[in-house]
Ligand binder design. Structure first.
Ligand code: ADP
Ligand code: MN
Ligand code: MN
Ligand code: MN
Length: 364
């Protein structure tokens, strides 16, 4: 994020005049196609009018965009295809308007290098009978348009961490309006949002998505992120998914990934959980490469061994240990079944990459 902006607010009552225009053909649908761009982190979207209400992605036309403007193609051969994959109700336009989550394909009809959904969907199909469930905890930071944390003094820092996590009150939490609005947008769209909380660093928040089975984890988290950026836009607030937005004695942002198979959820499933952790221990470096969009270098700023993280070079696991790579929640140890928490993925991870490698390592 390079732009240092100012709030260019338009007149919202002028907007109302146009939003209340009666549109004659009530069957026309605005379909906003959404995709992941060449950064592997940012989202793009554009809209087309349809003369029907789509019921399944197969009814939707394949579309394309200028990949040279998204870091996904050269100018001389710039068309990248959009293949519709999942339809969500659009909470911004409502009625029967839709958000359409897409995969990107190249001119030769092969998946684009930045399309990590394609192989994830294949692996999820292969391991379908093991019923893999995920719950991801998306941490993020609210920024002003000058890219300074929202609500922080402009020439200094807020008081040290301590009172902010799950805080309440004007001096403890900043920007709750965005969080509440986003929550409703997710519920309207059918994104499996599980909850929200204020985080350890002021202006840092979390929303959880899950439990979701298979490919739905990546789909719902990406759409949840889209809804967050889009909601915050209305408030003149920027969302940062940077894993360590403020260096120093401030917590970073992760995307803890809670995971279970059917066997882990059944009685004495703890044996399965421990077997999975044994496998994960042997491929730590391979996982770290998949846990942020820069092959580990982004996450290296966060996984220092401080601030409730494990060091990026070490693998560890423990019951209720928030300084470990993998945590077994206390309740899971007591019940002898449940799930594990992989605390390594970065806030800006691609959930398709994360869930795919977890299943490859533990299920195949
Ligand atoms: P933490 O205590 O680490 O902050 P959270 O409450 O933020 O945990 O998130 C826990 C996540 O785990 C939720 O998204 C929830 O849906 C998910 N979850 C719960 N049970 C399971 C399970 N059996 N398998 C996978 N994910 C699960
Ligand atoms: Mn959490
Ligand atoms: Mn958290
Ligand atoms: Mn967690």
């Amino acid at each position: 994020m390079s732009r240092v902006g100012q709030l260019v607010a338009t007149n919202k009552s002028a907007l109302q005049k146009y939003m209340s225009i009666d549109v004659p053909d009530a069957d026309k649908t605005k379909a906003m196609y959404v995709w992941i761009d060449g950064s592997g982190e940012n989202l793009r979207a554009k809209t087309r009018t349809l003369d029907f209400v789509p019921r399944s992605p197969a009814e939707l036309p394949v579309w394309n965009f200028d990949g040279s403007s998204t870091g996904q193609a050269e100018g001389s051969n710039s068309d990248v295809y959009l293949y519709p994959k999942v339809i969500y109700p659009d909470p911004f336009r409502r009625k029967h308007d839709k958000l359409v989550l897409c995969e990107t394909f190249k001119y030769d009809k092969t998946p684009h290098e930045t399309n990590l959904r394609h192989t994830c969907a294949k692996v999820m199909k292969q391991v379908e009978s093991q019923k893999p469930w995920f719950g991801m905890e998306q941490e993020y930071t609210l920024l002003d348009l000058d890219l300074h944390p929202f609500g922080w003094p402009k020439n200094g820092f807020p008081g040290p961490q301590g009172p902010y996590y799950c805080g309440v009150g004007a001096s403890k939490v900043y920007g709750r309006d965005v969080v509440e609005s986003h929550y409703r947008a997710c519920l309207y769209s059918g994104v499996m949002i599980a909850g929200t909380n204020a985080e350890v660093m002021p202006s840092q928040w979390e929303f959880q998505v899950g439990p979701c089975e298979g490919i739905q984890m990546g789909d719902d988290l990406w759409v949840g992120r889209f809804l967050l950026h889009r909601t915050a836009e209305d408030f003149g607030i920027v969302i940062s998914m940077d894993p360590k937005p403020i260096p120093g004695d401030w917590n970073g942002a992760g995307c803890h990934t809670n995971y279970s198979t059917r066997a882990m959820r059944e009685d004495n499933g703890i044996v399965e959980i421990e077997a999975a952790i044994k496998k994960l221990a042997t491929v730590h470096d391979e996982h770290i490469k998949c846990y942020d969009p820069k092959g580990g270098s982004d996450n290296a700023r966060r996984l220092t061994g401080q601030h409730e993280t494990s060091a990026i070079t070490d693998f560890s696991a423990g019951v209720a240990n928030r300084g470990a790579s993998i945590r077994i929640p206390r309740q899971v140890a007591e019940d002898g079944k449940g799930y594990l928490e992989d605390r390594r993925p970065s806030s800006n991870c691609d959930p398709y990459a994360v869930t795919e490698i977890i299943c490859r390592t533990t299920c195949l």
